[in-house]
Design a protein around this ligand. Sequence first.
Ligand code: CDP
Length: 788
Amino acid sequence: MATQVFAHGLGEAYKRKEDARFIRGQGNYVDDVQLPGMLYGDIVRSPYGHALIKNIDISEAMKVPGVVAVITGKDLDAAGLAWMPTLSADTEAVLALDRVHYQMQEVAFVVATSRYAAADGAAAVGVDYEPLPVVVDPKKALAPDAPLLRPDKKDKQPTNQIYHWETGEREATDAAFAEAAANGVVVRQEMYIPRIHPAPIETCGCVADFHKATGKLTVWMTSQAPHAHRTLFAIVAGLPEHRIRIISPDVGGGFGNKVPIYPGYVCAVVASITTGKPVKWIEDRTENLCSTGFARDYHIKAEIASEKDGTVKALRVYTLADHGAFDAAAQPTKFPAGLFHICTGSYDFKNAFVEVDAVHTNKAPGGIAYRCSFRVTEASYLIERMMDTLAYEVGKDPAQLRFQNFIKPEAFPYRSALNWTYDSGNYEAALQLAMKNVDYEGLRREQAEKRARGELMGIGISSFTEIVGAGPGKHFDIAGIEMFDSCEIRVHPTGKALARIGVQTQGQGHETTFAQIIAAELGMSPDDIDVEHGDTDTAPYGLGTYASRSTPVAGAATAIAARKVRDKAKKIAAYLLEVGEEDLEWEPGRFYVKGSPGKGKTIQELAFAAYTNCPPYLEPGLEAVNYYDPPNLTYPFGSYICVVDIDRGTGQVHVRRFMAVDDCGTIINPMIVEGQIHGGLTQGLAPALYEELSYDEDGNVLGSNFQDYLIPTAVETPHWETDKTVTPSPHHPIGAKGIGESSTVGAPQAIVNAVVDALAHVGVRHIDIPITPWKVWSVLKEKGLTSD
Ligand code: CDP
């Protein structure tokens, strides 16, 4: 029996346990699942952005060798499954019945003995469409003469407007603007945050296996929220929940894309129930980009009222949100625009008012939180852009204006004008460190010299505040299920442990960091702790991994479950050492008698005793479970500084330096945190300079493949420089805040601010993302700055 004491806990760059299988190519993804007699599905999709379906002819498809069945909307309708609820209380067609609402919408599901036969069968399905007028512009969708895009909802929703939502104090904010218009400064800016896509390396898919004899449905699924999906399957399909098992094995990136339930999953389940065989459905890259959850697509008008010296007073924001054909936005029910109203950011606004109108268009549904906490990316982008706009207006350096308006360290916990309570922060320290690291003053001198020579160099700052770790459950839910999370720990007799958590890793390294949390609490080696997740038959119920909620919520549950284990171990130690519990001291891995350090019991000895020599007044065994409902979210933050050079001949933006100072409270594993920041920064660079999922007037998707949808590769990615400050969360058991998405949230505006800064002296105040060479060159041309 091992009796060694280890203390490899928090703060150690412990190598990722999961990488042993990943680097050997021995991960287990959904597409690796092979079952005897398995069939394959493929989806017939609409080529039109908007059309009526006059007829579907499956006769030729059924003649294709290997084709077993073709399922249409009518078949699903007969089973009451043609429509499914979305995460935003809309209903979405599983397979279109009489109308398609966007290009690539699901029309029929072909089941065959091979993936190729299924594709041949799908090509042979004849669909007779009658094209209808297409609306891809949300402003046009609100016009009085716009065609009604969702006639199925006309009783409840007579126009294309889905909702109007507002928050904050309208009158007080308007009054502050009137005062600033008379005696201070008002700045305004319109900006568009385009539709983008998370584009994980692994696309979405599942293997559905319905066992007719037992009535048990097992679904291997690319799911970021297996338990929530199990409950939704039970509600939608009317299957008993204890007979549904969702297994989310290794997931090749989620980024929010794998939170919603997609029609392909439902079709595979129906096909398995119908055929009595397992059915695999894996979408291809184009299907992923064109039909599964998009992100952003916000048209924003923002205004700041300030005093003449730039001291901010009020923020007013109007947003038009394009939700596509079905409102499938993944948001907590109470917040239709997610956490967009964190848009006062790191600054001490006394008043704010935010309005959001959401509309339907003929685009794919979604509105998912792509590596962000429910619209915080949009919020952070707008406020950081606006602070620069204000800085130029009042003639101050953007850094100086930020210092002037930051929420002060002593003001935490801080109640924002839009009713968020920030847990902790020190924004000045983060920006000071970033400025010192890049020699900000030196950069400004260099910029002035270059400007004098006609060269274009810009410095952009983003001092963002994040909001991650939903619940509390009373305010945050997904489809009605409260957003808590969980951990269950079993310590085996020989002192090794198994932990099961309610969140689901998609590459973030939970098998390592959650083991480190337990290791820190119990003084064991993380090597002695296995972490499992993603199987609803074994893991405790949890709401899943998105919006950087794993560490703030399940991480807290893990620390508390470990403390429960330690509490029981203490009782056993008191019994074995024949002292009272109050006479015991804890050091990592061991209880000893106060004043007699030699007289003690290690956690391994106590685990063995729990099964072999347990006190008669205790239950045997050493296990604990915790369901954690957080009292508040956590508010990580950071200050990023980007330096760009602009080529006057081509309009090309070159990111020369990028310094990211992040603060996620107590750090569990600095190497994993750095990896999260590097990946997130690249996913922040992407929308700033490259990515956009646009549509032409006919509703054709223009970013349907990686030739047209430009995700940055290593070639485009600059060298990231990182640093940190540490401001623990006061309410989290180990003081940790989330980090998974901070850099995706914070990076785009640092880059845009740098580009605008390079051109601010000629009056440029904004360029919409993605900042392509063409857009920059057009501005240079207009300002007479192009070179040959
Ligand atoms: O929910 P998700 O895992 O995407 O985000 P997260 O909770 O921010 O965690 C991302 C990864 O960074 C996980 O492996 C965390 O345990 C780790 N992390 C850390 O080591 N220290 C922190 N303070 C926060 C996260």
